[in-house]
Ligand binder design. Sequence first.
Ligand SMILES: [Zn+2]
Ligand SMILES: [Zn+2]
Length: 145
Amino acid sequence: MSGPMLCRTCGIALDLHSTPTTQVYEHPVWSVADHPAEPEPAPPGWRGFCDFCTVKSAEFIVPVRPFILAATEHASTSDWQACPTCSLLISTARWDSLTSHSVAQIERRYGGTSASPEQVRQVRLLHEAVRTHMTGPPRRLGEPS
Ligand SMILES: [Zn+2]
Ligand SMILES: [Zn+2]
């Protein structure tokens, strides 16, 4: 299983897009990158931001089976990381709140730019896919599985 890939230019963790014939690393849908993604492996022990709201540091792991979201060709190859807020929303099954929380955090990160309806739709689809592929409750990073 491959580890996370970061963009050499901006340091953002890249998403893997997978079709039957290609595998491409791209900036996440919420990002506003003005340059092509330049994937390079994350350093050992790298701990990124929350995979859901992308803002706070991850402190929890959400166990998720690998999946490919057909609608967006988003490929998820490993577990997701979550901040305490997102982890709480997930463990209490407040998925609508999770999506609105994520979108709000992402908008704040980009200086109050509103997410387009299409971006919101893609975030919601992705969260739905995570929900159906979860294999257990979130656990704190560093705890044995
Ligand atoms: Zn970049
Ligand atoms: Zn979060």
